[in-house]
Design a protein around this ligand. Structure first.
Ligand code: NDP
Length: 388
């Protein structure tokens, strides 16, 4: 049986890895929708190859270029937020949610409401709107499959196990490119250094999040929603080789780990074929060549994002959405050369302490909190802690 697929964020790192797997297994999958933000040229190229029914650019300014590039094909070109929702409502059997940032939330939620299978890479959506998203899963009966390598590892370690028999879940973290840097060295790092991750090849935003370790903080909140064992049972350990992707310890002290080369095609393949397996061209794991696996405690002084994210998870309500919104603003400012690397966590912390809304009960309420937190974070760019 051919499975129909929609891929949101098709032109990004996760989107392209997903399409790479589809390319290897063309007979099993049929792509019905592909989306991007403004990159009409790459989206059109992918649409010509995979022949979806619909190709959507979120940015309406990119529509004329997309329309022209798709002339003579059977793919309908569309643009804007409503078109993204329309694509999410096409009823694909399997949807890859790989838009970066909270911008992916409406389409991810719309796909979940459809009650089919959603593979989630877009962690910011779950961090901001965890309760709303999990309620949608409950309501529609959708299957939510984690794609983030850590959560996919946990999902695999839980197969055949019972969540009430879990003693601890440990997320592994590579520690990013600045794991051994002093605070003084970190103060001077450039965007180019921050996006050069030692193990993983990823989009710019998640690469910076890995460098600040906010990525692990966001993943802690993500795990809190996906695997409800309680925050006190969620742990983080730094593991620089990125070979063990996460671990589950059961009450009998048996610990299950999932291992693999650091290649996103492996967790994506697991979600794409689930509950079956498909072959990938990824490198096999050569443990003798790797030689050793190291582990260390995360340093909350040099990586305050971890502390901020855990506190946000404990506080719940709108706090994780504020954390995420401020982080998106701060990372964009860092990538644009407007603030320094250490300012990212500072801006997030100042936004969290300066802006206290009510808990979001609806998507509209959540988006107003998100917008207000972004506006507040913008005002914190040049305000140093003493003056804040
Ligand atoms: P990229 O930056 O490589 O790609 C992002 C994709 O989203 C692109 O297709 C981009 O389109 C699209 N996009 C960007 N902004 C918007 C917007 N406002 N509205 C609609 N579409 C938009 O990101 P990644 O692939 O690295 O990451 C995607 C998600 O997956 C993130 O949430 C990340 O945290 C998560 N993730 C990524 C991993 C990785 O290895 N890369 C690993 C685990 C999770 P365009 O090309 O037109 O700009």
């Amino acid at each position: 049986m051919t499975r129909t697929l929609s891929i949101f964020g098709a032109t990004g790192s996760v989107g392209l890895s997903t399409l790479d797997l589809v390319r290897q297994h063309r007979e099993q999958y049929r792509v019905v929708a592909l989306t991007a933000n403004g990159n009409a040229a790459d989206l059109a190229k992918l649409a010509r190859e995979f022949e979806p029914e619909m190709a959507v650019v979120a940015d309406e300014a990119a529509y004329p270029a997309l329309k022209e590039a798709l002339t003579g094909t059977a793919t309908k070109a569309a643009a804007g937020p409503a078109a993204l929702i329309e694509a999410a409502q096409m009823g694909a059997d399997w949807t890859m949610a790989a838009i970066v940032g909270c911008a992916g939330l409406p389409s991810t939620l719309a796909a979940l409401e459809g009650g089919k299978t959603v593979a989630l890479a877009n962690k910011e959506a779950l961090v901001s709107a965890g309760e709303l998203m999990m309620a949608a899963v409950e309501r529609s009966g959708a299957t939510l499959l984690p794609v983030d390598s850590e959560h996919n590892a946990i999902f695999q370690c839980l197969a055949g196990g019972r969540i009430d028999q879990v003693r601890k879940i440990t997320l592994t973290a590579s520690g990013g490119p600045f794991r051994t840097f002093s605070l003084d060295q970190m103060r001077a790092v450039t965007p180019a250094q921050a996006v050069a991750h030692p193990n993983w090849d990823m989009g710019a935003k998640i690469s910076v999040d890995s460098a600040t370790m906010m990525n692990k903080g966001l993943e802690l909140i993500e795990a809190h929603h996906l695997f409800p064992v309680g925050l006190d049972k969620l742990d983080i350990v730094v593991h620089p080789q990125s070979v063990i992707h996460s671990m589950v310890e059961y009450v009998d002290r048996s610990t299950l780990a999932q291992l693999g080369s650091p290649d996103m095609r492996i967790p994506i393949a697991s979600a794409l074929a689930w509950p079956e397996r498909i072959e990938t061209n990824s490198l096999p794991l050569d443990l003798a060549k790797i030689g050793r696996l190291d582990f260390e405690q995360p340093d909350l002084v040099r990586f305050p994002a971890l502390r901020l994210a855990r506190a946000a998870a404990e506080q719940g309500g709108a706090t994780p959405a504020i954390l995420n919104a401020a982080n998106e603003v701060a990372v964009a400012a860092f990538l644009a050369g407007q603030v320094g690397f250490l300012d990212i966590a500072r801006i997030v912390e100042q936004t969290l302490s300066g802006y206290v809304p009510n808990a979001p009960h609806s998507l509209d309420a959540l988006f107003s909190i998100d917008a207000a937190a972004r506006a507040y974070a913008e005002t914190q760019m040049d305000i140093l802690p003493d003056a804040a």
